[in-house]
Design a protein around this ligand. Structure first.
Ligand SMILES: NC(=O)c1ccc[n+]([C@@H]2O[C@H](COP(=O)([O-])OP(=O)(O)OC[C@H]3O[C@@H](n4cnc5c(N)ncnc54)[C@H](OP(=O)(O)O)[C@@H]3O)[C@@H](O)[C@H]2O)c1
Length: 317
């Protein structure tokens, strides 16, 4: 009987601590959001990749509320339209449109960029958000391992093809939604096709090399590059990580332990709106506060090598 009492008390205390942490996280996000309260994004065009769910969708909602024109760059039209309906149920501000983009196909990326360049006069913000994690091993139609293809090479090609349009903005910005896990990655520059250990971390590290080299190359052009890790967020990113039947147990824990997608989007919204144009090439945390770059990406020779390989593999030239 007393064992039962202790167990119950233990559960109550643990859940209370989790809830307190959750509220304190929400409060920190709220305080940060106050620093950009009242700012608007009228006449700003933003592309968000992978905006049909999770952090991308939450970011799209926040920017639409502030009157931006938001292009949801997604691979699934139905999911994108359902996200647009959800956003429209909450706000009628801004413009929210869908354009098809499948980051695992260079052909699709090129088609997307042609359409955007034909239809938009300028691009103010590109948010490289889409990613896959723990995807079963697969090679894409471009003969690349899926994580490397979507999380790095796709971003590389897309961003480079949209650079001229970003330069037409008075304050172009590129935001990379990275992951703190990139510091556990290792990029094998000789093999982007084979099955890897930690493919997500490796691809996120490759993407960090790209973001840092890009910031360097864009100095003086008026286009800023910001990289952020959003913390641990309750989204669909773990969809390939465990059997769906475990959701009954995992979902409540995710709810208690992780930030919500809305909280996870606040750092990105901050980087999109704050006065950071002259700050470029920096690394930010979940609410958009600046952090030190992890040591792993400190060698510029590696950024350059990654760039050259990416240029070759995506046929950029
Ligand atoms: N959640 C976290 O704890 C966490 C932590 C650190 C970093 N991040 C980063 O945050 C970003 C957003 O992730 P999330 O947590 O919001 O995950 P999510 O809910 O799974 O969203 C990922 C988005 O990427 C899209 N996507 C995947 N493959 C694509 C492709 N080939 N072409 C176009 N879009 C594609 C997905 O579209 P479909 O729905 O069609 O698959 C979805 O819209 C990612 O860059 C992730 O690495 C997340």
């Amino acid at each position: 009987m007393s064992v039962c009492k202790y167990a119950t008390a233990g559960c109550v205390i643990t859940i209370s601590i989790m809830l307190l942490r959750k509220f304190s996280r929400a409060y920190r996000v709220y305080k940060r959001a106050m620093t950009i309260a009242g700012k608007e994004m009228l006449n700003k065009t933003v592309i968000i990749t992978g905006a049909n769910c999770g952090i991308g969708k939450a970011t799209a909602l926040e920017l639409a509320k502030r009157h931006a024109r938001v292009i949801l760059a997604c691979r699934d039209k139905e999911k994108a339209n359902s996200a647009i309906s959800d956003i429209r149920r909450i706000t009628s501000s801004g413009e929210v449109v869908f354009r098809h983009l499948d980051l695992e196909s260079f052909r699709s990326i090129r088609d997307f960029c042609c359409e955007v360049i034909e239809n938009e006069t300028k691009l103010d913000i590109l948010i490289n958000n889409a990613a896959v994690m723990n995807h079963p091993y697969k090679k894409t139609e471009d003969n690349l391992e899926i994580h490397m293809s979507v999380n790095h090479f796709g971003n590389f090609l897309l961003t480079n093809l949209l650079l001229d349009l970003l330069k037409k903005s008075s304050a172009g910005r590129i935001i990379f939604v990275s992951s703190a896990l990139h510091k556990y990655g290792k990029v094998n520059m000789e093999d982007f096709q084979g099955q890897q250990k930690k493919p997500y971390a490796n691809s996120k590290l490759a993407n960090v090399y790209f973001a840092r080299e890009l910031a360097h190359r864009l100095k003086g052009t008026g286009v800023a590059v910001h990289t952020l890790h959003p913390g641990m967020v309750n989204t669909e990113l773990s969809r390939y990580s465990y059997a769906p039947v475990l959701n009954i147990i995992v979902n409540p824990l995710k709810y208690l332990l992780l930030s919500s997608a809305e909280e996870g989007s606040q750092g990105i919204v901050h980087l999109a709106m704050a006065n950071l144009q002259s700050d470029t090439g920096k690394y930010y945390g979940r609410t958009g506060e600046e952090e030190e770059w992890p040591e792993i990406s400190s060698d510029r020779a590696i950024w350059k090598k990654m760039w050259e390989i990416s240029e070759k593999l995506t046929n950029l030239q």
